[in-house]
Design a protein around this ligand. Structure first.
Ligand code: NAP
Length: 325
């Protein structure tokens, strides 16, 4: 819906000052700050606002909320952004191109095109797959990438969580409310997850960690997943683990491929920015999980987004001054 109070298109003829791609914590926070800065901003999101918050049961590390459900925090962030005039639209972005006149063209799956002199990319990432035999065949029939979405289907069952990062260790703990037994299958002999999450998992009697185990194959019958074929990373010994569910949490790949021109990134595809969240493409800013950084938390995502929105405001002011001669 177009804001009836929005100022007319500027001298370049773009409808917006800035296009925010993604409505996770970073996108919603950027929208809030852009609204406060009186920028004409639009947020394009393929699903409902919230991003990874919607896949997280409880958030216990967002200051001011000792414990809050992920979807509830998502609702609060969206409401807060809207209070400051955020225009959030359900549109799946398919490409971002910077034209020769320095205006960005953002195309979406509905065939719409949005234009603005600045873009903040907060599109997060997509869960990584193991890429082993049986994984895609059993996806949705035993194999899952979201504990909050699918955990309840495994009431009273024995399941495995694969990975050793924050997501794997935290979600294993969450899944014990449904499953009667949760194995964490990790390829090394130590977790990279935060100490507090590790302690919680170690003290949970329903969790058993299988160290140094690689999953080679997911085996099942017509009804779903039945076993994992494992290989010990040190001895090479093979074994089978009987499970009816496997939750894969082995990181994610940043959704940086939307941008069709070269943009500096690291070997894994994470976008390199400076301390103003500017990418190597002038006018394109990045915030949140798809940016190169030490850790990816809700708090770091909103921090990035705050910086990006304020940097966009300064960028647009400088641009206007330049255009005015
Ligand atoms: P991550 O930190 O990158 O960890 C990925 C885990 O998967 C690692 O333990 C890795 O093993 C393992 N792995 C990767 N590829 C594998 C493969 N092919 N086969 C088997 N194991 C594989 O990813 P994440 O846990 O999804 O977290 C992503 C980001 O979100 C992190 O920055 C994290 O801090 C953040 N996050 C935070 C929270 C929280 O604070 N509550 C919750 C979720 C996510 P190695 O250790 O051997 O490399």
């Amino acid at each position: 819906m177009t804001d009836p109070f929005a100022p007319p298109p500027d001298e370049i003829g773009t409808e917006f000052d800035v296009i925010i791609i993604g409505a996770g914590p970073a996108g919603l926070c950027a929208a809030m700050y852009c609204g406060r800065g009186m920028l004409r901003a639009v947020v394009l999101e393929r699903g409902i606002p919230g991003g990874e918050l919607l896949n997280t049961e409880k958030i216990e590390d967002y200051p001011g909320f000792i414990s809050i459900l992920g979807p509830d925090l998502a609702d609060k962030m969206a409401e807060h952004a809207r209070q400051f005039g955020a225009d959030i639209r359900m549109e799946e972005v398919t490409s971002v191109i910077r034209r020769d006149d320095a205006i960005f063209e953002v195309a979406t799956a509905t065939g719409a095109t949005f234009t603005a002199p600045a873009v903040i990319l907060t599109a997060g990432g997509t869960p990584n797959k193991l890429g082993i035999p049986g994984e895609s065949e059993h996806a949705g029939r035993g194999v899952s990438y979201c504990a909050v979405c699918d955990g309840a289907f495994f009431k009273g069952e024995t399941i495995a969580v694969i990975g050793g990062g924050d997501a794997a260790v935290e979600e294993a703990d969450y899944l014990t409310r449904y499953a009667k037994k949760v194995y964490i299958v990790h390829r090394r002999d130590e977790f990279r997850a935060a100490r507090v999450l590790q302690e919680r998992a170690f003290f949970n009697p329903t969790i058993e960690v299988l160290w140094n185990q690689k999953v080679l194959e997911m085996l099942g019958d017509g009804k779903g997943l039945r076993e994992l074929e494992l290989e010990h990373s040190v001895s090479g010994l093979r074994s089978r683990l009987a499970v009816t569910g496997a939750f894969v949490f082995i990181g994610f790949t940043p959704n940086s491929g939307l941008v069709k021109q070269h943009m500096d990134h690291d070997a894994a595809g994470y976008i390199i920015t400076n301390d103003r969240m500017e990418t190597s493409i002038r006018g394109l800013f990045a915030a949140g999980d798809l940016r190169v950084q030490l850790t990816r938390q809700v708090t770091t995502a909103v921090g990035d987004a705050t910086t990006a929105a304020i940097a966009v405001e300064k960028f647009l002011t400088a641009r206007k001054a330049l255009l005015a001669g």
